[in-house]
Design a protein around this ligand. Structure first.
Ligand code: ZN
Length: 131
Protein backbone atom coordinates (compact mmCIF):
# COMPACT_ATOMS: atom_id res chain seq x y z
CA UNK A 1 0.00 0.00 0.00
CA UNK A 2 1.39 3.39 -1.02
CA UNK A 3 0.52 6.67 0.66
CA UNK A 4 1.67 10.13 -0.36
CA UNK A 5 1.79 13.27 1.78
CA UNK A 6 2.39 16.96 1.11
CA UNK A 7 4.01 19.34 3.55
CA UNK A 8 5.13 22.96 3.75
CA UNK A 9 8.69 23.27 4.94
CA UNK A 10 10.76 25.98 6.64
CA UNK A 11 13.90 27.50 5.07
CA UNK A 12 15.94 24.74 6.69
CA UNK A 13 15.08 22.26 9.42
CA UNK A 14 13.41 19.07 10.57
CA UNK A 15 9.65 18.55 10.19
CA UNK A 16 8.18 15.80 12.39
CA UNK A 17 6.26 13.32 10.19
CA UNK A 18 5.84 10.55 12.78
CA UNK A 19 2.08 11.09 13.06
CA UNK A 20 1.59 10.86 9.27
CA UNK A 21 3.60 7.61 9.13
CA UNK A 22 1.70 6.15 12.10
CA UNK A 23 -1.66 7.08 10.54
CA UNK A 24 -0.67 5.47 7.21
CA UNK A 25 0.27 2.24 9.00
CA UNK A 26 -3.01 2.23 10.91
CA UNK A 27 -5.00 2.92 7.74
CA UNK A 28 -3.22 0.07 5.91
CA UNK A 29 -4.34 -2.42 8.55
CA UNK A 30 -0.87 -4.03 8.49
CA UNK A 31 0.06 -5.30 11.97
CA UNK A 32 3.48 -6.83 11.24
CA UNK A 33 5.72 -5.76 8.38
CA UNK A 34 7.95 -3.04 7.02
CA UNK A 35 7.45 0.59 6.16
CA UNK A 36 9.61 2.66 3.81
CA UNK A 37 9.47 6.45 4.03
CA UNK A 38 10.84 8.00 0.83
CA UNK A 39 11.67 11.60 -0.07
CA UNK A 40 11.50 12.29 -3.85
CA UNK A 41 13.61 15.48 -3.69
CA UNK A 42 17.34 16.16 -4.16
CA UNK A 43 17.69 18.90 -1.54
CA UNK A 44 15.73 17.22 1.25
CA UNK A 45 15.98 13.93 3.16
CA UNK A 46 14.39 11.57 5.69
CA UNK A 47 15.92 10.76 9.06
CA UNK A 48 15.19 9.47 12.55
CA UNK A 49 16.32 11.50 15.55
CA UNK A 50 15.54 12.66 19.08
CA UNK A 51 12.02 13.82 19.87
CA UNK A 52 12.52 15.14 23.41
CA UNK A 53 14.68 18.27 23.31
CA UNK A 54 13.78 20.66 20.45
CA UNK A 55 17.31 22.06 20.65
CA UNK A 56 18.49 18.84 18.95
CA UNK A 57 16.69 19.95 15.77
CA UNK A 58 18.32 23.39 15.91
CA UNK A 59 21.74 21.85 16.57
CA UNK A 60 21.21 19.45 13.66
CA UNK A 61 20.73 22.40 11.29
CA UNK A 62 23.74 24.23 12.72
CA UNK A 63 25.89 21.11 12.52
CA UNK A 64 24.90 20.41 8.93
CA UNK A 65 25.62 24.04 7.95
CA UNK A 66 29.05 23.91 9.60
CA UNK A 67 29.84 20.49 8.11
CA UNK A 68 28.61 21.34 4.61
CA UNK A 69 28.94 25.11 4.03
CA UNK A 70 28.05 26.79 0.74
CA UNK A 71 31.39 27.30 -1.03
CA UNK A 72 32.18 29.88 -3.69
CA UNK A 73 34.13 27.16 -5.52
CA UNK A 74 30.94 25.15 -6.17
CA UNK A 75 30.01 25.06 -9.89
CA UNK A 76 26.28 24.19 -9.73
CA UNK A 77 24.52 27.31 -11.10
CA UNK A 78 21.41 26.93 -8.92
CA UNK A 79 23.61 27.85 -5.93
CA UNK A 80 22.38 25.10 -3.62
CA UNK A 81 25.13 22.50 -3.80
CA UNK A 82 25.35 22.47 -0.01
CA UNK A 83 21.70 21.33 0.11
CA UNK A 84 22.36 18.59 -2.49
CA UNK A 85 25.29 17.29 -0.43
CA UNK A 86 23.26 17.34 2.80
CA UNK A 87 20.44 15.46 1.03
CA UNK A 88 22.72 12.64 -0.08
CA UNK A 89 24.51 12.52 3.27
CA UNK A 90 21.32 12.04 5.28
CA UNK A 91 19.61 9.92 2.60
CA UNK A 92 16.30 9.79 0.75
CA UNK A 93 14.63 7.10 2.85
CA UNK A 94 14.26 5.26 6.12
CA UNK A 95 12.97 1.71 6.62
CA UNK A 96 11.00 1.06 9.78
CA UNK A 97 9.68 -2.15 11.34
CA UNK A 98 5.93 -2.34 11.89
CA UNK A 99 5.06 -4.19 15.12
CA UNK A 100 1.60 -4.40 16.59
CA UNK A 101 0.23 -2.06 13.94
CA UNK A 102 2.63 0.74 14.90
CA UNK A 103 6.10 1.92 13.86
CA UNK A 104 8.73 0.27 16.05
CA UNK A 105 10.67 3.28 17.30
CA UNK A 106 12.81 3.85 20.37
CA UNK A 107 11.42 5.99 23.17
CA UNK A 108 13.40 9.01 22.03
CA UNK A 109 13.00 8.49 18.28
CA UNK A 110 10.72 10.31 15.85
CA UNK A 111 10.74 10.41 12.04
CA UNK A 112 11.69 13.68 10.37
CA UNK A 113 11.52 15.22 6.91
CA UNK A 114 14.73 17.28 6.54
CA UNK A 115 14.50 20.48 4.51
CA UNK A 116 17.81 21.89 3.27
CA UNK A 117 16.62 24.38 0.62
CA UNK A 118 13.22 25.73 1.60
CA UNK A 119 10.73 27.01 2.15
CA UNK A 120 8.93 24.80 -0.36
CA UNK A 121 5.92 22.59 -0.78
CA UNK A 122 7.31 19.07 -0.57
CA UNK A 123 6.02 15.54 -0.62
CA UNK A 124 7.01 12.18 0.71
CA UNK A 125 5.84 8.60 0.21
CA UNK A 126 5.09 5.89 2.72
CA UNK A 127 5.12 2.31 1.37
CA UNK A 128 3.72 -0.31 3.71
CA UNK A 129 4.33 -4.03 3.30
CA UNK A 130 2.78 -6.69 5.52
CA UNK A 131 4.17 -10.07 6.46
ZN1 ZN B 1 20.38 22.45 -7.32
Amino acid sequence: MLFDFKLSTPEEGLVDITNEVTEAIMESGVLEGLCVIFCPHTTAAITINENADPDVKADFVLGMDRSFPELSAFRHAEGNSDAHIKSSTIGASETIIIAGGKPLLGTWQNIYFCEFDGPRTRKFYVKIMGG
